[in-house]
Design a protein around this ligand. Structure first.
Ligand code: R5P
Length: 327
């Protein structure tokens, strides 16, 4: 079958392999063969280990730190292009450097735009992204893209667990920027125009939250499960502060869903010691499951976005609409 772009081949950069393993499984396809390594000085060497001439190539390439992940993604895309692939789709479950999405202060770069421009350099034909920090950033692209959301993974799961709990709940945005996302989750979880709560905070600089700056805006949370939804957990500070405020106001439990588990240094400890009861993330960024189980204090559950990406790849390959994957 296929859509006239040749046989389907799915490759992954080093950072993408654990997630790709699930995608290969769902698609019942063989891993794309690569011969990757490093030069003595640490530079990346990539060689595609099979024929991709006139093939429909997908490259799963999260670009979380280190920045080498960008380089490997670009090299692999260029290798596929130079090997006469008919079509190349870069599947980017997590786009690193996406938080710098505007020049809101003098003498600052717009890192998100640069990150996208870098990935466009080797001329892929399409992109598939998952839960961009700010989807307007994708307007910087000249290449065709599809944008999927973590809600497609989270909502069915959260819906079942919330129903099981039998407790009242309210969806919450951990900061003002997340209000639209929270509104969408509230709609999908509860239907109609369900209420949301918004937490506001002041960040004197990236990674810091001004103490006592957290405020809660919206209906009472007393006795309810507060379901915080965000695009990412980095240091864990945002949700730890919001959870503390929610509990101070009488919330029964605090649950968190964030698509991207950045989990930078200190995040596990912060989550363990926080008032958050349950954390749900996806595997858009890979972490050793044993480490998550051990360091997460039993609070963290990882939901896989592998099936969602596999469906997106299959539908793209077949030339079918992706709308039904967008929740
Ligand atoms: C901020 O705008 C983002 O959506 C996240 O809330 C933030 O990046 C999370 O960072 P941290 O976990 O370090 O507070």
């Amino acid at each position: 079958m296929g859509n006239g772009h040749g046989p389907l081949k799915v490759f992954a950069t080093t950072a993408g392999v654990p997630l790709a393993a699930k995608v290969w499984d769902h698609l019942s396809c063989k891993p794309g063969l690569l011969d990757s390594g490093r030069f003595k000085d640490g530079e990346i060497s990539v060689q595609i280990g099979e024929d991709v001439r006139d093939c429909d190539v997908f490259i799963i390439a999260p670009t979380n730190v280190p920045a080498d992940n960008f380089m490997e993604a670009m090299l692999l895309c260029q290798a596929a292009r130079l090997s006469s692939a008919d079509r190349i789709t870069m599947v980017v479950p997590y786009l690193g450097y996406a938080r710098g999405d505007r020049k809101d202060q003098p003498r600052k770069p717009i890192s998100a735009k640069l990150a996208l421009q870098m990935l466009e350099l080797p001329k892929p034909n399409r992109f598939i992204f998952l839960d961009m920090h700010n989807e307007q950033t994708l307007g910087a692209l000249d290449t065709v893209f599809d944008h999927l959301y973590g809600s497609a993974v989270a909502v069915p799961h959260l819906k079942a667990l919330l129903a099981q709990s039998g407790k009242p709940y309210i969806v919450a945005a951990p900061d003002a920027g997340a209000a639209q996302r929270a509104d969408k989750y509230a709609h999908f979880l509860s239907g109609g125009d369900a209420d949301i709560v918004i937490f506001s905070k002041m960040r004197p600089k990236p990674g810091e939250i001004r103490s006592n700056s957290v405020k809660i805006i919206g209906p009472p949370v007393k006795g309810k499960i507060v379901v915080l939804v965000d695009d990412m957990i980095d240091s864990g500070g945002t949700i730890a502060h919001a959870a503390a405020k929610a509990k101070e106001k009488g919330a029964a439990e605090v649950w968190v869903f964030a698509t991207h588990a950045v989990f930078s240094h200190g995040a596990f400890k912060r989550l363990r010691e926080s008032k958050v009861d349950r954390v749900f993330v996806t595997d858009s960024i890979h972490h050793d499951p044993d480490l998550v189980a051990k360091e997460g204090g039993g609070k963290i559950a990882v939901l896989s976005c592998g099936e969602l990406l596999a469906k997106a790849i299959h539908r793209t390959h077949e030339g079918e609409s992706l709308s039904q994957l967008i929740l």
